[in-house]
Design a protein around this ligand. Structure first.
Ligand SMILES: [Zn+2]
Length: 82
């Protein structure tokens, strides 16, 4: 009984010590997930060189979209491009 409890504690400790690697990669990449309404498809767009907007093209019809970076910033990671 007591040993079972110890094993559970070790498991939870290991989980909290390791941050999600995919989350760290997302912060490095500076991209947004966007839903392209024109073709009903999801894709990523990346921060422009001057850091003022996220820009990209629809993967199907190549329509160009641009999402300006607000001064206050936004926590939202997903947008819909119409
Ligand atoms: Zn499209």
């Amino acid at each position: 009984m007591a040993e079972k409890g110890r094993q559970l504690d070790l498991t939870s400790l290991t989980g909290s010590e390791k941050p999600s690697s995919s989350d760290a990669e997302e912060r490095k990449g500076k991209f947004l997930g966007v839903h392209f309404a024109c073709c009903d498809v999801y894709s990523r767009i990346y921060l422009s060189r001057d850091l003022t907007a996220y820009v990209g093209n629809c993967p199907r019809c190549a329509k160009r979209i641009q999402i300006l970076v607000g001064s206050g910033g936004t926590n939202s990671r997903f947008f819909t491009a119409n």
